[in-house]
Design a protein around this ligand. Structure first.
Ligand code: NAD
Length: 399
């Protein structure tokens, strides 16, 4: 079993032949990464997974004796290790990796406000360590990279003003406004703007430490990938949902968090009034977008939205999940604002469609059966929502 030691893992990974496609997926034991590993293996890739198996994500899951989630494809080569460990990624790349997908990250807008050091170290530094590994171009045969970016880098989504003009940059909601529970984005006279699909041209205004880290991921990969002549794509993921998302991790995944509450007969806790709109995209549509980006053969250094294109409110998500789980439980509207949250953001996926010929195949209701089937077989989640909210209240992150 390969664990941590560079020498062991070199022996295990082995050298790939020149024609072989060999993908390294960092964070490949996680929710999105593990689905992508399946798709890559089905497409004929040899796959190596590098994952630190963060306890927050994996401790309460259904794991084997070595701590790996049982859902992880048995054909994947497993390396338990941390991307911030200098030299580790370089050694793996030298084992004949042709395609690199960087998924490993700490994932959570609210948690990044209470743990900015941890998020900066794991996400920003993690990307920097990978960039250093790319420097020795003679010793690796990398052909293409894809990095998981996030819709959070936009800050607020795009809006139109009452007169119909597109607003690429809107006035941030003031603390005074939020404390008086006026949630909508408005002009300075208080006239509400209407949200519209956000395109990649929108001005980037990351509003949390997590979002800043994702911006760093995206820019580091695109800038450094171009300098090294390695085609690179950043995928700005909207809210992914589906099987394998950690149900006991209170920091990430609206659907997973709500399911954790409902299965413990508790109401999903909704920030603000629950009428904020997001774009929920099924994990299989997300991994399909990754596959389009990884298997394309044109020279490209660019960022793309990956969403469903459908705007739905957080209240509706809570209600649909309750219905599917046969729980007669209404969401609890907290009327609280969490620092780093934006009001509305949902995707225009035209660019991804135009350039890669990808489009999402499932609307929110279509993606439910896959998620609910898995939830019924998964261990009962531990509900940590109240602990998480108490920590955020203590840190002054919720007002
Ligand atoms: N899930 C979403 O809705 C969403 C939305 C936007 C962007 N993203 C991005 O997609 C990627 C995958 O997200 P996910 O939802 O699958 O998260 P996840 O938490 O399920 O998976 C992340 C995996 O990375 C591993 N990991 C974390 N830090 C690591 C490190 N330093 N070294 C090695 N492994 C490490 C974890 O153990 C975990 O297995 C992340 O980069 C995230 O920022 C996700």
């Amino acid at each position: 079993m390969c664990e941590n030691s560079v020498w062991e893992l070199k022996g295990c990974v082995g050298m790939s032949t020149t024609k072989e496609k060999h993908a390294l997926v960092t964070g490949g034991a996680g929710f999105i990464g593990s689905h992508l590993v399946d798709d890559l293996i089905n497409d004929g890739f040899k796959v190596t997974v590098l994952d630190a198996l963060l306890p927050q994500v994996h401790a309460d899951g259904d794991n084997d004796a070595d701590g790996w989630p049982k859902y992880l494809n048995p054909k994947a080569i497993r390396i338990r290790g941390d991307v911030v460990e200098s030299g580790l990624v370089a050694n793996i790349l030298e084992g004949g990796i042709t395609h690199l997908v960087h998924m490993a990250a700490s994932v959570g807008v609210g948690q990044s406000a209470t743990d900015p050091y941890l998020y900066t170290q794991n996400n920003d530094l993690g990307a920097a360590v990978i960039m250093e590994a790319l420097n020795n171009t003679q010793r690796h045969s990398l052909q293409r990279m894809v990095v998981a970016s996030s819709m959070s880098i936009y800050g607020e989504g795009a809006y139109v003003a009452p007169g119909g003009q597109l607003q690429d940059r809107v006035r941030e909601r003031t603390m005074e406004q939020l404390k008086s529970r006026q949630w909508e984005v408005t002009d300075s006279a208080g006239n509400p703007y209407s949200p519209v699909p956000t395109t990649e041209n929108k001005v980037l205004e990351p509003a949390s430490i997590y979002a800043l880290g994702k911006y760093v991921h995206e820019r580091m990969f695109l800038v450094h990938g171009k300098a090294r002549g390695i085609p690179t794509v950043a995928l700005r993921l909207f809210n992914a949902y589906g099987s394998r998302q950690a149900l006991s991790n209170p920091y990430t995944g609206v659907c997973a968090i709500f399911i954790g509450r409902l299965l413990n007969d508790q109401a999903p806790m909704v920030n603000e009034d629950g009428e904020q709109k997001r774009d929920f995209v099924h994990v299989k549509d997300v991994t399909d977008a990754f596959m389009h980006a990884i298997t394309s053969d044109f020279d490209i250094w660019d960022a793309f939205n990956v969403g469903s294109g459908e705007a739905i409110t957080v209240n509706r998500v809570a209600r649909v999940l309750a219905e599917k789980l046969h729980k007669n439980i209404a969401p609890e509207i907290t009327n609280k604002y969490r620092i780093g949250d934006i009001r509305h953001c949902f995707a225009s996926v035209d660019k991804m469609r135009r350039v890669f010929g990808w489009s999402p195949k499932r609307c929110f209701e279509d993606g439910m059966p896959e998620l609910i089937d898995w939830v019924r077989k998964a261990p009962k989640p531990v509900d940590r929502t109240l602990q998480m909210r108490a920590a955020q209240a203590m840190a002054g992150v919720v007002v």
